[in-house]
Design a protein around this ligand. Structure first.
Ligand code: GSH
Length: 243
């Protein structure tokens, strides 16, 4: 499907709402001018969808990226020069980088709550765990996920995946240590930093390891089970196939 021009219509004359995905819970979602660009199977898109769900905000979602393509069009690149997903659009305001989008949404809609407190130390604590997902977890976890899931079976290198699992476990053990003494990553309450780690925890606990072993982390598992009690996590992460 051709992507829209800057006037909001595509070359077939359809408006942006004709491209909407299926993430509508209620009628308040239809007609929202908040648009998430990105396929729902992307971990980084999931973070944004889950955050929107936690905040109860209406949005439309448009499938781009992966098999949907359309991220190399001039229209998309003008919004997001990396050509990656997700991108958030609210009227003429555009933002990319998943964790930055989550922070922005929380700042506007939940500042001063346990999700995103205003007190400087509390907020910095949450913030640094969000960054750590990108800098500590992401690289090895990508090796595991791509090695086991996104690589065709006949091309998989399980020896390399085994190394990646060990490296990823080092990152998860940091979280396990926190969760041995508290319910959520930043403390007693669910907060914004549980979102980027939680998306990957779902994959960690639900991939087919094809005979490879993964260390047990009981506190991490208990935290993941607590996340599964949250409707927005179930809707935007658990219900999406790990593919
Ligand atoms: N640091 C970026 C990374 C974005 C990213 O790597 N997105 C992946 C999906 S998880 C992507 O766009 N891959 C190409 C595609 O889906 O077409 C963020 O957190 O938003």
């Amino acid at each position: 499907m051709p992507m829209s021009d800057s006037d909001g219509t595509d070359t077939a004359g359809r408006t942006v709402s004709d491209h909407i995905g299926s993430d509508h819970i209620g009628s308040d979602r239809i007609g929202s001018d908040r648009i998430v660009w990105g396929r729902p199977t992307s971990s980084n898109v999931m973070k944004v969808l889950w955050t929107l769900g936690e905040l109860g905000l209406p949005f439309q979602r448009i499938d781009v990226g992966g098999a949907f393509g359309k991220t190399d069009t001039p229209h998309y690149r003008a919004m997001n020069p990396t050509g990656l997903v997700p991108t958030l659009q609210e009227g003429d305001f555009t933002l990319w980088e998943s964790n930055a989008i989550c922070r922005y949404l929380a700042q506007v809609h939940a500042s001063g709550t346990p999700l995103w407190p205003t007190e400087a130390h509390a907020r910095a604590n949450i913030d640094h765990w969000m960054d750590a997902q990108q800098t500590v977890l992401n690289r090895p976890m990508t090796g595991v996920f791509w090695g086991l899931v996104r690589t065709p079976a006949d091309k998989r290198d399980l020896a390399a995946v085994e190394v990646a699992i060990k490296e990823t476990a080092v990152a998860w053990r940091i979280i396990e240590a926190k969760l041995n003494t508290q319910a959520f990553i930043a403390g007693a309450d669910f907060s914004l930093c549980d979102i980027p780690w939680g998306v990957h925890a779902h994959r960690w606990f639900n991939m087919n390891y094809q005979g490879l072993s993964r260390p047990d982390m009981p506190a991490l598992r208990a935290w993941y089970d607590r996340l599964c009690e949250r409707p927005a996590f179930r809707q935007y992460v658990v219900a999406t196939p790990v593919i």
